[in-house]
Ligand binder design. Structure first.
Ligand code: HEM
Length: 126
């Protein structure tokens, strides 16, 4: 059914909440990623990422209501993101997507986007 957004198709907010919570659980324990996060409390970062993904996939526009235009590359400029950081990020989000268990063809769609987005967020060659 082409009219249904991926957001709805995979279960709406609870699914995104589960994926992003699992992702941040990995980030909290990752020695490459954890030091990049400026705040001690990862909760607010978790909420921003969850709201962004929900909006991107056709859910509510709460992210932009709160944060304005995403400008994600610009917002990531303060953090050095090279191949090591990108791979660490992809490792964490991979675990989250796999464990929460998104059904095909949505899993492949979601994964293709996340991989592309992670590559495009790089701002360093090392
Ligand atoms: C914010 C790291 C890729 C979406 C952040 C922050 C860090 C970070 C350190 C600041 C935390 C905060 O919000 O206070 C990384 C690294 C990546 C990566 C190391 C490796 C490639 C991505 C990708 C996406 C994304 C691929 C989207 C699909 C976001 C969003 C925010 C954010 C939405 C919050 C932006 C805001 O301030 O509103 N990221 N990120 N990130 N990241 Fe990433």
């Amino acid at each position: 059914p082409g009219e249904v957004s991926l957001y709805e198709a995979i279960g709406g907010e609870p699914t995104f909440r589960a994926i992003v919570a699992r992702f941040y659980q990995e980030v909290a324990a990752d020695e490459v990623l954890r030091p990049l996060y400026p705040e001690e409390d990862l909760g607010p970062a978790e909420e921003r990422f969850r709201l962004f993904l929900m909006q991107y996939w056709g859910g509510p526009h709460t992210y932009s209501d709160q944060r304005g235009h995403p400008r994600l590359r610009m917002r990531h400029n303060p953090f050095k993101i090279g191949p090591i950081e990108r791979d660490a990020w992809l490792r964490c989000i991979r675990i989250a997507v796999d464990e929460v268990g998104v059904e095909e063809p949505y899993r492949a769609q979601l994964w293709a986007y996340l991989e592309m987005a992670a590559h495009s967020m790089m701002n360093s060659f090392v």
